[in-house]
Design a binder for this molecule. Structure first.
Ligand code: ADP
Length: 262
């Protein structure tokens, strides 16, 4: 429990530092893209070299903006629009996108528990996070393999809170994204959530995927855990807060809570 506390304090500090830089950087980038936009609109078309140069600059600035957004997500400073979502439906809606992003050699299995609770979370950001996890899984299965996405209702009780400084007891919707890939060694597992930590070659990985997922889920009041070992594949478990809306919203539709699951 003490190690978990130290780890969460470290993430907190790194998040504060990163957030400050990312916030200022984002403002500067807006000056750059705003002015490039004016240039783009007013360039004479008979100057193709200039048009290309400004296009390339805009492209770079937009990629930098994506990176800053991920840093802001990690530092939990992004504006979120949490609302009631049906996790099963959201995942089913991503099925085509997942198949297209993962290619033919990776089998995708979606296992939906019946009567999963509604969750309260920003739907776009959740899709984004799940896609990031799927891409990581793909990268860990260069020879092909299987990606599984499972949903379940879960209750984290004080037992978990005692083991893990970050956990608040309560009812959560669990989304587990697992793969049959390489898995992570201990070193990688220990640093996986940190921004800029990557084992991928330059240009292939930024080390911002998992840190974005981590920050987003924490900001949403949820939890995220990785279970992984070399050769055993990886499972990322996302615990989303159960939607507790007005009495009318929940009483009419919510199923009885199921037994706690790990
Ligand atoms: P990136 O994918 O850009 O490297 P991430 O933050 O998403 O950044 O991941 C950090 C590191 O964690 C990866 O470089 C990789 O070593 C490891 N990792 C993430 N997901 C998986 C996975 N599903 N299987 C094995 N290793 C993974």
């Amino acid at each position: 429990a003490e190690a978990a506390l130290r780890q969460s304090q470290k993430m907190e500090t790194v998040g504060q530092l990163t957030g400050g830089v990312a916030h200022d950087f984002n403002n500067l980038l807006q000056i750059v893209t705003g002015n490039l936009d004016i240039l783009q609109r007013n360039l004479p078309p008979e100057q193709p070299r200039l048009v290309r140069a400004v296009g390339a600059a805009m492209n770079g600035a937009q990629r930098a903006a994506v990176l800053t957004q991920r840093l802001l997500a990690f530092s939990r400073r992004q504006p979120l629009a949490p609302k009631r979502i049906d996790p099963n439906r959201l995942i089913a809606g991503m099925s085509d996108l997942l198949h297209r992003s993962l290619g033919e050699r990776i089998e995708v299995e979606i296992v939906q528990a019946a009567r999963v609770w509604p969750a309260e979370v920003d739907a776009n950001q959740l899709e984004n996070a799940l896609l990031n996890l799927a891409i990581n899984a793909r990268d860990a299965m260069p020879q092909g393999g299987k990606l599984t996405i499972e949903t379940a209702n879960t209750h984290l009780d004080s037992h978990y809170a005692a083991l893990d400084a970050e956990v608040s007891p309560g009812q959560y919707v669990l989304i587990c994204v697992s793969d049959t890939g390489t898995g992570m060694d201990e070193e990688t597992l220990a640093h996986a959530f940190e921004p800029f930590f990557t084992t991928k070659e330059v240009g292939r990985g930024t080390g911002l995927g998992l840190s974005m997922v981590y920050g987003f889920i924490k900001q949403s009041g949820g939890h995220v855990r990785i279970h992984s070992a070399c050769g055993d594949g990886t499972a990322v478990r996302i615990y989303l807060p159960r939607f507790h809306g007005t009495a009318r919203d929940t009483a009419a539709r919510a199923p009885a809570p199921s037994a706690p699951q790990g």
